[in-house]
Structure formats: structure tokens, C-alpha cells
Ligand binder design. Sequence first.
Ligand SMILES: NC(=O)c1ccc[n+]([C@@H]2O[C@H](COP(=O)([O-])OP(=O)(O)OC[C@H]3O[C@@H](n4cnc5c(N)ncnc54)[C@H](OP(=O)(O)O)[C@@H]3O)[C@@H](O)[C@H]2O)c1
Length: 238
Amino acid sequence: MHVVTGGGTGIGRAIALSLSQDGQRVLIAGRRAAPLEAVVEQGAGRIEAVACDLSVPAGARILAARLSGVVEGLVHCAGGNPAIGRPEPRTLEDEAALAADTLAGNLVSTALTVTAVEDRLSNDASIVLFGSIAAEHGVGYYGPAKAAVASYAVGLAARLGPRGVRVNCVSPGYIAETEFFAGLMTPERAAELRAQTAIDRTGVPADAVGLTRFLLSSHSRHLTGQNLHLNGGAFTTR
Ligand SMILES: NC(=O)c1ccc[n+]([C@@H]2O[C@H](COP(=O)([O-])OP(=O)(O)OC[C@H]3O[C@@H](n4cnc5c(N)ncnc54)[C@H](OP(=O)(O)O)[C@@H]3O)[C@@H](O)[C@H]2O)c1
């Protein structure tokens, strides 16, 4: 089976549906039941859902309890930027809460999800974590939290490598048609982000499906411990 967290919406939803269309059994996870159930309905009987908050140990235990059989692929899409739509911090307490929530939703949820699933992984399993271009730009606490996810992937790849398990991080630029911006992305800002790409193109969840399916497959069998940028050339590495 495959596990796709954040599978109720956006990138995770697209990945889960793609896997199910190819006959794979998929367990999707997210906090809200309604979007998860909508994906289950489109999954031709091959998608199951579990509602849980993966940023806390109790939620990760709920996920672990729903695993059955061997996990061939884990895609951790759950995450986001809690600063979006939240008032600017005005006190030290507000600042601490925003920093803690951001790290919990991205780094801690990654660590707890991996730990919950680890014992079930097949010896040739592939793990795909999600970072962000925001790590390169130092965006609030979200950028640092995603930089931490990319770094976590490096250590995890070294730790699980001897078992044959590969770990990579996908770091997207702006991807439209997700719930990430909570409806607050303006046409002007979206156009700016599009203009930052080399190909004058806005990314969509299907773009992340292609890269993630490659990373889950044996076509990428010599690729591990990497941070792969997916942004139409808006940020480049060499
Ligand atoms: N869209 C972009 O432009 C963009 C750019 C760079 C990186 N990313 C990253 O790509 C990943 C996928 O995001 P997306 O763009 O597809 O946005 P999205 O539509 O908001 O998807 C995020 C999913 O994660 C789930 N989630 C969030 N926190 C969770 C938690 N604590 N426990 C369980 N599930 C949780 C959400 O569902 P619930 O709210 O129901 O829990 C939601 O289904 C995220 O890690 C995001 O940071 C996105």
C-alpha cells in the first residue's frame, strides 16, 4: 500500500488519485474528514482515509493503527503555513505560538508520520517529503520549517539507506489549485509568481504528481537524500 498524507486536497489529493488509477491501494490522511471522504469516493474502491492531526503523537498513532500490510511508498504532503490568514503576532506569546505551530505542522508532522510508518516500510520503499521554495527565501517561520524538512530528509536517507529505503524531498514553488493559500492568493501576486518562472507557467498539482511518481518508482532507484526543486525555474540549483 501507499500512504499519502494531506491526501484530501491539493498536491496530496492528485498523487493519491494518480496512484489509485494505476491500481495501487492508498491510505490518505488529513485532519478534516469531509475532503478525505470526497477523495475516497473518486478512488474506485482503492483509497481509504483516516482523519488525524499528524502534528501530535496521538494523531500519528491513529495513522499507525490504520496501516495494514507493507507500505511501499510514503508521501508526506501534510503541511502548510499557519501565518496565512492569521493576524500578525503582537506579543511574544503570539510570536512563540506562530513559530511553534509552523514547526509542528511541517517538521514535527514529518517526523511523527515517518516514525509511525517506519516499521511497516518494505525494504525497497520510497519516502517523499515536501519542502518549499520558501526555504530559499526565508519566508517567516514557514521557510525555516521547510528547510528543516529538507535537512531531515538527508539524515533519514542515511539512516534508512542500509535497509534499501530511499528518502527524497520535493520543494515546490507556487502551485495553484490547492488550499495552501486559503483563498487569499490574489491574481496580481499569482501573476508575479508566474513571471518569476523561466517558462512563464504556473505549477499545478499534476506537476508534483509526475515528480513524486518518479521518486516512488524504481526509475529513481539511485536517487536518495536529495532536495528536488519543482518551480518552473523560479529558483535554480547547480
Ligand atoms: N501550494 C503551494 O504553492 C506550495 C508550495 C510549496 C510547498 N507546498 C507544500 O506542499 C504540500 C502540499 O500542500 P498543497 O499545496 O497541496 O496545499 P493544501 O491543499 O493546503 O494541502 C495540505 C494538506 O495537508 C493537510 N494537513 C495540514 N496539516 C495537517 C496535519 N497537522 N495533520 C494532517 N493533515 C494535515 C491538509 O488537510 P487538513 O487541513 O484537513 O488537515 C491538506 O489536505 C505542503 O507541505 C505545502 O507546504 C505547497
